[in-house]
Write a protein that binds this ligand. Structure first.
Ligand code: LMR
Length: 338
């Protein structure tokens, strides 16, 4: 074939391809930006990814969840503001981070030694007290969808922490919770509120000397590289409320909202099923690294922690709401006298 002929053929073929056809464009998907501060391989990180997967499958692409882990988009305080402004649609902040929003009742979960295990916790998070608490978010333009577990906290520093003397004058990083502030002061430490994304550096540079977190965060944020000791105290619980911008949630077509609620129910089961296992594995990984030595309290030492930290219960009973605190005591069987 001559070159001219080839060019002609090519032009014809191109023209045929360009014949307009009727294209029905699919409507653009509804996007849910889900921002969080932890690593992907944590209970919250995995559950957020699982929620995304379920939504993709079940809405057949009508809703797209974009997950932004590791404070990529916003840090602790900023993400709450972003949710209220509608810059993101979904978050799962720690229950210790709701007071700056004006809902201090969530700090009930920070009360030291309140929950002895996940079963006691679930009586609250999966029962009427937890549901009532989520309703308190609504006047803030936020809807609470679920509680996701993380786990029980270890207390870390560069020295072994056994007695209140060991805490004296230590700068301990906390989340923005007044209950946690009291808890650290009751042991003689100086609490410092620091955003989660800055904890590693704060510990590395000595801006903070120690901190508390479940093993999953200690491990995935590499805090264990800069903390020589961690006490297996289980003195408090850290978990999450999954929340959405209320206006956005209300504006969804009802059929889609029902599907999303189903996805959330299943993602919640997933989160709560992996939480203990993830924390056990993280603890084992830190032990294996040899970077952090673990301290186990004697029953007597633990009793001293509990007695000191009980001050946080007394100091915050009225602020959190005596009725709520007593409801939680009733569910968990916590006895402040013991
Ligand atoms: C923290 O700030 O220590 C935690 O709230 C981080 C998280 O979301 O688990």
């Amino acid at each position: 074939m001559k070159l001219n002929q080839r060019i002609k053929n090519l032009l014809v073929a191109t023209a045929l391809l360009a014949v307009p056809s009727v294209v029905i464009a699919a409507p653009a998907p509804i996007v849910i930006k889900f921002s969080h501060v932890v690593a992907q391989n944590t209970p919250k990180g995995q559950a957020a990814d699982y929620f995304k997967k379920l939504v993709d499958e079940r809405t057949k692409g009508r809703v797209k969840v974009e997950v932004y882990p590791n404070s990529q988009l916003y840090k602790d305080k900023e993400e709450m503001e972003a949710l209220q402004l509608g810059a993101v649609q979904m978050l799962a902040p720690s229950l210790a981070k709701f007071a700056p929003l004006g809902v201090k009742e969530f700090e009930v979960f920070d009360l030291p030694f309140l929950f002895s295990n996940y079963q006691e916790l679930h009586k609250v998070t999966q029962g009427p007290v937890g549901a009532k608490l989520l309703k308190k978010l609504e006047p803030k333009g936020i809807q609470g969808l679920a509680y996701w577990d993380n786990g029980f906290k270890v207390m870390s520093a560069n020295k072994p922490l056994r007695t209140p003397d060991d805490f004296k004058a230590l700068k301990m990083r906390i989340q923005s919770s007044k209950v946690l502030d009291s808890q650290m002061r009751s042991m003689g430490a100086i609490p410092q509120v620091i955003a989660f994304s800055e904890v590693y550096q704060a510990l590395q540079t000595g801006v903070a000397n120690g901190t508390e977190n479940p093993p999953s965060n200690l491990y995935t944020q590499k805090m264990y590289e800069v903390q020589k000791y961690a006490t297996l105290s289980d003195h408090g619980y850290l978990g999450y409320a999954v929340i959405v911008n209320k206006k956005f949630w209300g504006s969804l077509p009802a059929d889609l909202r029902t599907i999303l609620e189903g996805c959330m129910k299943d993602a919640t089961k997933f989160a709560n099923d992996v939480a203990k296992k993830d924390n056990d594995e993280a603890l084992a990984a830190v032990k294996k690294s040899g970077r952090t030595q673990f301290v186990t309290l004697t029953p007597q030492e633990r009793a001293v922690w509990k007695k000191n930290m009980d001050k946080a219960h007394k100091e915050h009973m009225a602020r959190i709401g005596a009725d709520l605190v007593k409801d939680v005591y009733r569910e968990t069987g916590y006895n402040p006298e013991k």
